[in-house]
Design a protein around this ligand. Structure first.
Ligand code: EPZ
Length: 429
């Protein structure tokens, strides 16, 4: 088996235009919601990445025709409603497969989904998802590692979806999908406010649902009898946009981002401004440039509209080169620090105390062979390689390619010295 890696030689200042792809985290629940629709769904700007292909495979097993047209749009049409099972092999590869739970229960009244395990960024419980399904009238059992759920007809209700770490993005997505065909009114308190949840709600309304309050902690859903299909363009990927902003800043370059919604990145842009990175909109382009001297800052990750946990690793990489000590606290996934030992191999001075990392700024990072792990930690290592002196090899970039579409092409297009290579896996790999 060939193992892909990136070979990066640091030091080039990135300059030029890049188009941000459509959002992975909006596309996944919207594709799953096609299970609810009696009619064709046509989605534009869904990124061509591994996680999307994995979900498409699962949906095909669940009787949904899924095809990527030559113009890049994804067409989905429910063909047969017999299968309601998401096996361990799918869910093990991608825990976001849990987002078929709500649609299957609402439309086919039963679902059997392997319990998602943990992953590189920590435990990934689904108690909030199951609480929502039970509140709507489903019976849920755990049988041999599978969630087995049954519901004759979902009944609208009031539910509170807060957990120990605040709201749940996919928990809210599952609750909305389960409620849109329920009998009567559903009120979700402490709903997630992320733009991806808003995009899903707006997509469902385009299909004939009646959802209000999306983007606020209180979402109200009036059940309807049936949903049609619709044509929809998913929102830009705010996490890819934030990652590219750091690429511009860490190389002291200047990048112009197309298809970038600044209103989805307020907290992150606020932190970048405090560091000394200028982000401004001109016409329909976002321009990012940075002062040579980077200021240290405090960072605490929060649910939207707070600082996104998915940009914590990327911001940490930038702060490795700030002039002083920064403090980063991870309040969503307290163990989400797989990038810390790898950045340290590149000369970063990082000191982890539980969910907090003290980042002591250094003058330079130095290139080294490093290991990608979770998706965003992998992106952080690429960013470090762009700024480091010498060559960096980021191994196991299949983690990265789950969520970034052609990142090496995009970076090379603005002057980065990066190439995607492959080696044959040694037997023990
Ligand atoms: C979504 O995951 C995103 N994934 C994640 O992005 C993102 O990090 C996360 O939201 C937080 O913003 C997709 O949208 C596909 P949560 P999700 O439920 O919905 C706890 C990436 O890099 N929790 O909002 O699974 C949970 O452990 C990925 O693109 C419960 O306690 O995250 C966490 O601490 C990584 N019980 C917190 O809530 C539950 O039932 C937030 O998790 C569910 C979650």
């Amino acid at each position: 088996m060939a193992l892909p890696f990136f070979r990066i030689t640091g030091g080039n200042r990135l300059r030029g235009n890049v188009r941000v792809s459509g959002s992975k985290n909006a596309s996944l629940p919207i594709m799953a919601a096609a299970i609810l629709c009696d009619g064709e769904v046509l989605l534009h700007d869904v990124p061509n990445i591994a996680d999307i292909r994995s979900l498409a495979e699962l949906l095909i097993k669940l009787g949904v025709d899924v095809e990527r047209r030559s113009d890049g749009a994804i067409r989905l049409l429910v063909r047969d409603e017999m299968n309601v099972r998401a096996e361990y092999d799918f869910v093990r590869k991608m825990r976001a497969s849990i987002c078929v739970l709500g649609p299957l229960l609402a439309k086919r009244h039963t679902a059997q989904i392997s319990m998602p395990g943990g992953c590189a960024i920590g435990d990934r419980p689904v108690d909030i998802h199951l609480r929502a399904m039970r509140k709507l009238g489903a019976e849920i059992d755990l049988v041999n590692g599978d969630i087995v759920a049954r519901a004759k007809r979902m009944r609208g209700c009031e539910m509170f979806l807060g957990g120990p770490f605040g709201s749940s993005v996919l928990g809210t997505a599952n609750a909305m999908c389960a409620a849109v065909l329920a009998e009567g009114l559903t009120v979700i308190e402490m709903a997630a406010c992320e733009p991806e949840v808003v995009d899903l709600a707006n997509f469902l309304n385009q299909c004939g649902a009646s959802i209000n309050g999306q983007g606020t902690p209180r979402v109200v859903i009036e059940g309807v009898k049936q949903l049609n299909g619709c044509e929809w363009r998913v929102i830009p990927d705010r996490i890819e946009a934030g990652t590219l902003m750091v690429a511009a800043a860490i190389t002291n370059g200047e990048m112009r981002l197309e298809n970038c919604r600044l209103d989805h990145l307020m907290a992150f842009v606020d932190r970048l401004a405090a560091v000394g990175v200028e982000v401004e909109r001109k016409d329909n382009v976002v321009i990012v440039s940075s002062a040579r001297r980077l200021e240290p800052v405090e960072v605490v990750t929060q649910p939207f509209p707070g600082m996104p946990t998915d940009l914590q690793a990327q911001l940490m990489t930038l702060l490795c080169l700030a002039d002083g000590n920064s403090i980063i606290t991870e309040k969503i996934f307290p163990d989400r620090f797989m990038h810390v030992p790898e950045l340290s191999r590149m000369g970063a001075h990082l000191h982890k105390e539980g969910p907090t990392v003290i980042v002591q700024g250094v003058k330079r990072l130095s290139g080294a062979p490093v290991m990608a792990s979770d998706l965003r930690a992998s992106a952080a290592l690429v960013l470090a390689g762009l700024a480091a002196r010498g060559e960096t090899r980021v191994n196991r970039i299949y983690h990265l390619e789950r969520g970034y579409e052609k990142l090496d092409d995009k970076l090379r297009g603005v002057g980065a010295d990066i190439e995607r290579c492959e080696i044959d896996a040694p037997d023990d790999e």
